[in-house]
Design a binder for this molecule. Structure first.
Ligand SMILES: Cc1cc2nc3c(=O)[nH]c(=O)nc-3n(C[C@H](O)[C@H](O)[C@H](O)COP(=O)(O)O)c2cc1C
Length: 191
């Protein structure tokens, strides 16, 4: 038996993206769980950002932002960046997270996040209460310690990455479990 709830926003799990806006001198971090790839050519992602916070205006002003993947090791800092606003405090200073210059865009990346995406704003639109920003991914940073023998993006060691996973609705953080299969392969058993 199932029960029904009508309209809801239960779609999980989600990555915990730390979105950095601004410049090396004045940068801000916002925790964004509603982040997703949109297309591969060109590589593009979308993030949904509330209209009242600091981040939406900052992206519109600078036309760029970085997306930094939070790990379980920085869960407390990531949560902190989601319950405070850059309108009031310097989140880099208070969280202890450190900024590093990006290669291409003005907004920095976060040193403690092993995976960082530099994004150039290509589009945005208001949907309901949020602004959906579309960013083309123009540079990718990966901690070399995570890479396997082939040293390509397909060799990232997920256990070592230890990404922080968020479940909305129940408002829980979890880490990833064990690998249980090879994607695009295991289903061939039923072909
Ligand atoms: C786990 C978590 C996930 C969040 N996901 C989003 C999100 O997807 N979109 C959003 O607008 N706010 C999200 N928030 C809330 C923002 O991070 C929060 O409003 C923050 O204060 C915005 O910071 P800013 O004002 O410095 O931009 C999330 C918060 C937490 C703790």
């Amino acid at each position: 038996m199932k029960t029904n709830f009508g309209p809801s926003k239960i779609l999980f799990p989600s990555p915990v993206a730390l979105v950095v806006t601004g410049t090396m001198n004045e940068a801000n971090i916002a925790t964004i769980a509603w982040a997703s790839l949109l297309t591969s050519k060109p590589p593009t992602l979308g993030i949904s950002v509330g209209q009242k916070g600091f981040t939406g205006e900052a992206i519109k002003n600078n036309n760029n932002f970085s997306v930094n993947i939070a790990t379980a090791d920085i869960m407390t800092e990531a949560d902190f960046c989601g319950i405070t606003t850059g309108k009031e405090i310097d989140k880099f200073e208070r969280s202890g997270l450190t900024k590093m210059p990006s290669n291409v865009i003005e907004s920095p990346i976060i040193r403690e996040c092993p995976l960082n995406l530099e994004c150039k704003l290509t589009d945005w639109r208001i949907i309901g209460q949020t602004i959906h920003f579309v960013g083309e991914i123009i540079e990718t940073h990966v901690d070399t310690k995570l890479l396997g023998d082939t040293a390509d993006l397909g060799s990232i060691d997920i256990a070592a990455l230890n990404p922080l996973i968020y479940f909305g609705g129940v408002r829980e953080y979890r880490n990833v479990g064990d690998k249980i299969g090879d994607a695009y392969q295991i289903g061939k058993k039923l072909r």
